[in-house]
Design a protein around this ligand. Structure first.
Ligand code: ASP
Length: 346
């Protein structure tokens, strides 16, 4: 079942109605449409996957939806004005980083030691250039520094003190660690520490990482991801988000992907690149490629999470093996669609 990014809302509504009458699918997949048309521009975002329900996020859902709409529309305006997918991805992610609601920038989760360490990456599918940063402690918007690593340094990935020294040189905004404090992220750490002490199951609050992919009017793809990582991670741990080919990837020859989930699996399975390689070399749809990896490879081994993507034709992909993944897209019609659980938009 596939839908084009600019599919008329009527078609979408018909699709939703069809889906609601079906038994819940075991794989959380999202529709996308025939790839035999001219590229259609647009963008897709995620705000993290996890085993949550609508009831579980009821208190925050409206605020999250409003922030996601604002972020999507910031990217949409760049694309509608003929701007670059890279700029759309950046504009969208900055808004999500500045919100305390998501595990990126302001709302970053805490390490085991009670500190915040942020990772981010951005990639340009037209040039295959990429920039990434990891283990940042004082950078307000990691995605902006990732972009600068791509454009103003000879490197792809910079970490820790060296990345922050580069940030100083480039005049990037610094904040005190206190800036990243939110009650919710602190409480999640306390719950995880308590569960660890009792050797009980860890909480399932993995959601919150943000990501965006875009296809612009010139046919160029871009992807970006920003995260505080996993609650209770050891200091120095780096996840998949800043690892090109694992959490983030864009290539005009195939697709653009941003991921969320337990990063260790994404790194070992080189998830983002694997999906794009399947699209490029085996000519399967982006949705089929993502499902094969997320549902077929990762789920059986406990690799919880999901991905969003766009192919070079503007086909939208969303795939996750948890009960929820905050996600949304907007196409040429400028009407954003936002979803949270496996039951939305199926
Ligand atoms: N993938 C991120 C990491 O492992 C976390 C997440 O997406 O929630 O750092």
């Amino acid at each position: 079942m596939r839908t084009n990014i600019n599919a008329p809302m009527a078609l979408l509504a018909a699709f939703f109605m069809y889906s609601c009458s079906q038994p819940a699918p075991s794989a959380q997949t999202q529709a996308s449409a025939p790839a035999n048309q001219a590229p259609k521009w647009g963008m897709v975002i995620h705000t993290g996957a996890g085993n949550f329900t609508l009831a579980g996020i009821a208190e925050r859902k409206d605020a999250m939806q409003a922030a996601m709409n604002e972020a999507l529309m910031a990217g949409y305006r760049v694309l509608a004005g003929g701007g670059a997918s890279l700029d759309a991805v950046q504009a969208t992610i900055v808004i999500l980083e500045d919100s305390p609601l998501f595990n990126a920038g302001k709302g970053a989760v805490f390490t085991h030691e009670g500190t915040n360490e942020l990772d981010a990456a951005i990639m340009d599918g037209a040039t295959m250039k990429a920039g990434a940063v990891a283990g940042l402690k004082r950078i307000k918007n990691p995605i902006l520094l990732a972009r600068l690593v791509m454009e103003k340094s000879p490197h792809v990935l910079m970490a820790g003190a060296g990345a922050e020294a580069f940030a100083k040189q480039e005049g990037v905004d610094f904040v005190d660690q206190k800036y990243f404090y939110t009650d919710r992220a602190w409480k999640t750490l306390q719950d995880e520490l308590a569960a660890e002490k009792k050797k009980a199951a860890q909480t399932e609050d993995h959601h919150g990482t943000v990501g965006a992919v875009a296809l612009d009017q010139h046919g160029n793809l871009a992807a970006g991801t920003s995260t505080g990582g996993l609650t209770n991670k050891r200091f120095g741990r780096i996840g998949d988000s800043p690892i090109i080919g694992a959490g983030t990837y864009a290539n005009n020859q195939s697709c653009a992907i941003s991921s969320t989930g337990i990063g260790e699996f994404w790194i070992r399975y080189t998830v983002a690149h694997d999906i794009c390689a399947r699209v490029q070399y085996t000519h399967v749809s982006i949705q089929a490629a993502a499902d094969a990896v997320v549902q077929g490879e990762l789920k059986p081994v406990g690799g919880e999470g999901g991905v969003i993507g766009l192919d070079a034709h503007g086909n939208v992909m969303m795939s996750f093996n948890t009960t929820g993944m905050g996600r949304g897209y907007v196409g040429e019609d400028g009407k954003p669609a936002i979803m949270f659980t496996e039951h939305d938009g199926q």
